[in-house]
Design a protein around this ligand. Structure first.
Ligand code: NAD
Length: 310
């Protein structure tokens, strides 16, 4: 496993990392036992960065992850969780106030069975008033950092321009990393245009969703996936082409995302221990350049087409 530094944080992170959203049952039902085994397998196989949120499964992902973490030495992993996006009783909710952020961090630590969070993020800023993030959420997280409860502070979201908006308006060093998703995968590499900006500002770069939240898998995207029918259709064509060539599209997609050394890490999610082992193997194997070129050609009509977060 290759490890890369996350901006100026000093965190040396595996280039493939574990996203715990699926522990909340967001893609399909899960066996808790298998989910816990998947976390243990990931860490035993060299993954040292785990990302979660109170939003995933409306706290379930943090609860299941907390059970898994109980049995892992604390110096074996860095944990990243978030504030701002929540849900209860089947209803999504958002609260980016400083007060809620502080309470949320305490609640996450309880669910995760830990007393320190390595990276705390503002979750999906597109649902916030960005000026509230600048004036309230981030200052609250900085206070937690001063108190030693969190190590580093980051921001996440889908529209890339929001990262720049916020970083341009806060004191240097406030935002230590960004977490972008579905913008550095086979169908969309828009994150590439922002790398130089983040590097100039000393901001670490985390990429999530190399399989485009399931679009680039043989199983296909979950029903809630916000992509247009056109994106779905072209993604399906790419999946079928790889099937014809007897090459897993997931392998092509994971390698594509981890290959860029300017991106510290790529978060992939699964509740299958066999999948995580395979994903790590694929991250380490050479890329199939010929097939990559052919698949990028198939996906060209929807290149960088995106959607609204929901
Ligand atoms: P992903 O691209 O990792 O896709 C997950 C899907 O791929 C699941 O259905 C999983 O079962 C499937 N999969 C994984 N490995 C597979 C394999 N070997 N073979 C076949 N199918 C496989 O998308 P994601 O879950 O959205 O992103 C990963 C993580 O990134 C999340 O868990 C989360 O931690 C983070 N993330 C954060 C944000 C945010 O902060 N706003 C947004 C998206 C993702």
């Amino acid at each position: 496993m290759e490890y890369r530094l996350l901006g100026n944080t000093g965190l040396n992170i595996s280039c493939l990392s574990f996203g715990a959203s699926s522990l909340g049952g967001v893609f399909h039902d899960l066996s808790e036992k298998e989910g816990i085994l998947t976390v243990h397998t990931a860490v035993d196989s060299g993954i040292n960065f785990i990302d979660v949120s109170p939003y995933y499964g409306f706290t379930r992902a943090e609860i299941v992850l907390g059970k898994a973490l109980k049995e892992i030495r604390r110096d074996k992993y860095y944990i990243s969780t978030k504030v701002g996006r929540f849900g209860t009783d089947g209803k999504k909710s958002w609260d980016y106030s400083g007060e809620r952020a502080i309470k949320s961090v305490e609640e996450s630590m309880q669910r995760l069975n830990i007393d320190f969070i390595d990276l705390i993020n503002v979750h999906d800023m597109e649902f916030s008033d960005l000026n509230q993030v600048i004036n309230e959420t981030l200052p609250a997280l900085l206070r937690l950092k001063e108190q030693g409860k969190v190590g580093h502070v980051g921001i996440t979201g889908l529209p890339l321009e929001n990262f720049k908006y916020v970083i341009d308006r806060v004191p240097a060093g406030t935002v230590e990393s960004i977490l972008s998703f579905c913008h550095y995968c086979l169908n969309d590499d828009a994150l590439a245009d922002y790398l130089a900006y983040f590097e100039e500002h000393g901001v670490g770069i985390i990429n999530a969703s190399p399989l485009s939240m399931g679009l680039l898998t043989r199983r296909g995207a979950p029903a809630w996936h916000p992509a247009s029918q056109e994106i779905m259709n072209y993604s399906r064509k790419a999946v079928e082409y790889c099937e014809q060539k007897k090459y897993p599209i997931e392998q092509l997609a994971i390698k594509y995302s981890v290959m860029n050394p300017r991106i510290t890490t790529t978060l992939v999610s699964t509740t299958s221990s066999a999948n995580i082992v395979e994903n790590i193997r694929w991250a380490e194997a050479p890329q199939n350049e010929q097939l990559l070129a052919e698949v990028l050609e198939i996906l060209k009509p929807i290149h960088r087409q995106t959607w609204e977060n929901s």
